[in-house]
Design a protein around this ligand. Structure first.
Ligand code: AHR
Length: 491
């Protein structure tokens, strides 16, 4: 039996709700079809947004949603996406399948989506192919409270009141699809662009600089050295790819070795957070600047017969474990990680929802987000878990990973992942100076290769958790193989 010690007297950082954020790009069937079908669609919708999808997403209490990209952001010209729809300029989405983008989903539609979801918008501006003026005017258009050229244009397009926009990204992957820049050059560009992203009225922007890809510590060093005082956050992108970028492997039908290899690779996030965090600490010891992991999740080969540029993939228990592992890591590093956005919301990469025509399914990842939401805005607690490893050779991983937090009423939420494909285990939980009195829980547990399909939408779903025992004030949890558990304990 493994031992887990949690100290409710040792409260650490606040777990900002934004860690449970999402990302929606104009990519494949994410925005169009997955979310936005237009008001004339036969699929039930509210102002063009699919009702079924919005209803399902509302249960996740999505705190923040990033848009319009991704790589798309650095080719997006926001003025093409406002005004009378039939007059909107079309463009070719060169990054994603070369399809024609009709711009029928633009700023007003995105803000409507955020309002239906109750999510804060996170807008990603265009540095790669846009101008300073264009970015500056977008901020003015969205947030200027009063009479100004952009505010008048907004009003002419049907919106008098400014929107509240806090999170604003200045370029995306500027080292790659966002302009192939060197860090020194981008740091200067960042300084220039952000200068003209103004705070209007009481709208205060949280400016996010483009940060590194994976383990590019040089990029982080240069950005922090040259621009830290001018940013509120800096991004980090890391995708979990089981094999190589050329041959990633399928989303389903994988073997046990690939399961462990994938989980081992996702655990690399821990090293990234630690090492990037250490660089940030040297320039920002107060931890004012947030590390914004605004793209993370699994990336597999696309499903057979689908457009390779659409990045459509299935989602199994392996994705659920990837989600659980990363969310626990973000919680544990919440002193520095101020936001994270899984890629992407619907029909692209590690999605919480998949759609086909008018059908919709919730993926295993969906249930993980629904269970973990209890950590939002709670206080991280010190925890220490004694566990063995599972898996073979170089793909050994801890049998169990965990994080724990306390809400304002004093309830302790513990989330645990059993990384073994085959072995169940027991965890004994000790709460310092307290005795466990009451437990409520939810578990996601299924064979490690299981997933939901449109024919069998409920093959994998979470259910109430009862397989525990309270013994002398300690809690004994039974954790099936390949499972994600959330328990809330009153002591
Ligand atoms: O999420 C898919 C793509 O991955 C994004 O557009 C880009 O930023 C990253 O390379």
């Amino acid at each position: 039996m493994y031992q887990l010690w949690i100290n409710p007297n040792e409260k650490k950082s606040k777990i900002r709700k934004e860690i449970y954020g999402h990302f929606s790009e104009h990519l494949g069937r994410c925005i169009y079809e997955g979310i936005f079908v237009g008001e004339d669609s036969s699929i039930p919708n509210e102002k063009g947004m699919r009702r079924d999808v919005v209803e399902a997403l509302k249960e996740l209490e999505i705190p923040v949603l990033r848009w319009p990209g991704g790589c798309f952001a650095d080719e997006y010209h926001w003025k093409d996406g406002i005004g009378e729809k039939s007059q909107r300029k079309r463009m070719v989405n060169t990054n994603w399948g070369g399809v024609v983008e009709d711009n029928s989903f633009g700023t007003h539609e995105f803000m409507e989506l955020c309002s239906q979801l109750g999510a804060q918008p996170y807008i990603n501006g265009n540095v790669g192919s846009g101008t300073v003026q264009e970015m500056s005017e977008w901020v003015e258009y969205m947030t200027f409270d009063g009479v100004s050229p952009m505010a008048q244009m907004r009003e002419a397009n049907g919106r008098k009141e400014p929107w509240k926009v806090k999170y604003f990204g200045v370029g995306n992957e500027s080292w790659g699809c966002g302009g192939s820049m060197r860090p020194e050059y981008y740091a200067d560009e960042y300084r220039r662009y952000q200068t003209f992203c103004r705070n209007y009225g009481d709208n205060k922007l949280y400016r996010i600089a483009c940060g590194p890809s994976e383990g590019d510590y040089h990029w982080m060093e240069v950005l922090m050295k040259n621009a830290a005082p001018l940013m509120d956050g800096i991004s980090l992108h890391y995708y979990t790819v089981p094999d190589t970028w050329q041959k990633k492997g399928p989303a389903t039908g994988f073997d046990e070795e690939t399961w462990y290899r994938t989980l081992k690779k996702t655990l690399y996030m821990e090293e990234l957070l630690t090492k990037h965090g250490a660089i940030m600490d040297r320039y920002d010891p107060e931890k004012r600047v947030g590390l914004i992991v605004d793209e993370w999740g699994t990336w597999f080969d696309v499903e057979e017969g689908t457009n390779p540029g659409f990045l459509y993939q299935q989602n199994t228990m392996r994705d659920a474990l990837v989600a659980g592992i990363n969310l626990n890591l973000f919680n544990k590093h919440s002193d520095r990680v101020h936001m994270a956005n899984i890629a992407q919301l619907v029909n692209v990469l590690q999605s919480v929802i998949l759609t086909e025509g008018e059908q919709m399914i919730k993926t295993p990842t969906y249930y993980v987000f629904r269970m973990f939401k209890k950590h939002m805005e709670a206080q991280l607690l010190h925890s220490h878990l004694q566990t063995e490893t599972v898996g073979a050779g170089e793909w050994q991983v801890p049998h169990v990973t965990e994080s724990a937090s306390m809400d304002e009423k004093g309830a302790v939420t513990i989330t645990l992942n059993n990384l073994s494909a085959q072995e169940a285990c027991q965890v004994e939980v000790h709460l310092t100076d307290r005795e466990v009195k009451r437990v409520e829980g939810e578990i996601l547990s299924s064979c490690y290769t299981d997933y939901n399909t449109f024919e069998h939408p409920d093959q994998v779903k979470s259910c109430p958790y009862t397989d525990y025992e309270i013994r002398d004030g300690r809690l004994i949890l039974n954790l099936p193989a390949s499972s994600v558990l959330c328990v809330t304990v009153t002591a």
